[in-house]
Design a protein around this ligand. Structure first.
Ligand code: MLT
Length: 206
């Protein structure tokens, strides 16, 4: 069951939206709770810990080096995360049609993988500093009509380069997702103006 995965669950009060919070490399299930509360006040928060360890740092999938993803592991771990999310939705009585992922960096990458590999799981996603998780592979022609996605990308990001976020946005748009793409001049971070734009996006998508 979902309890075998370390996670934090905060019940919501309001419109039944659940944010699936997906932390970046080296963080844990507590890292994005404040971000989630700011993005969607009143939403339930479901925040698991990445199951992969890299030199003591929690992650969502393995990589060979910086920016070189183990794509079969991305696919496997996205399946595991989708299974956890489904189990948790049942155990906590969450509306499975109102789950929105929020991820930063490595967490944004696994959220993007969920969208592309499990297109029915999420209502949408806020992806901060994401890359295209399947790298050179062309994702399947899934149908993402009805999914709303916010992308925040820094033009000076050296960890997940801007072109990767742009490629991901194109892949999502081509599959029917409604993508709000916000670029900023900074690097691998989530600057205030992007957070404010994402908060406005979240309010109107609900
Ligand atoms: C990744 O490995 O997913 C990205 O390169 C960013 C990160 O280090 O989290």
């Amino acid at each position: 069951d979902a309890q075998s995965t370390p996670h934090v669950y905060v019940p919501g009060h309001g419109d039944g939206v659940t944010l699936l919070l997906l932390h970046g490399t080296g963080a844990d299930e507590h890292d994005l709770l404040d971000l989630g509360a700011a993005l969607a006040p009143g939403a339930a928060l479901l925040s698991p810990r990445g199951a992969v360890e890299e030199n003591g740092a929690n992650r969502w999938f393995r990589r060979m080096g910086m920016g070189r993803f183990d794509v079969p592991d991305v696919i496997r771990r996205a399946g595991d995360l989708a299974d956890f999310t489904g189990l948790a939705a049942r155990e906590y009585g969450l509306d499975p049609a109102k789950i929105v992922a929020v991820g930063f960096s490595n967490g944004a990458n696994i959220a993007a993988a969920l969208l592309l590999l499990r297109p029915d799981l999420l209502r949408g996603a806020a992806l901060f500093a994401p890359a295209a998780p399947l790298q050179g592979r062309e994702p399947d022609r899934v149908d993402l009509a009805g999914a709303s996605v916010f992308v925040g990308a820094g033009r000076a990001d050296t960890i997940t380069p801007y072109d990767q976020a742009a490629l991901l946005s194109d892949q999502l748009t081509e599959r029917g997702a409604d993508v709000a793409f916000h670029q900023h001049p900074g690097g691998h971070e989530l600057p205030g103006p992007v957070l404010r734009a994402a908060t406005a996006w979240s309010a109107q998508m609900r």
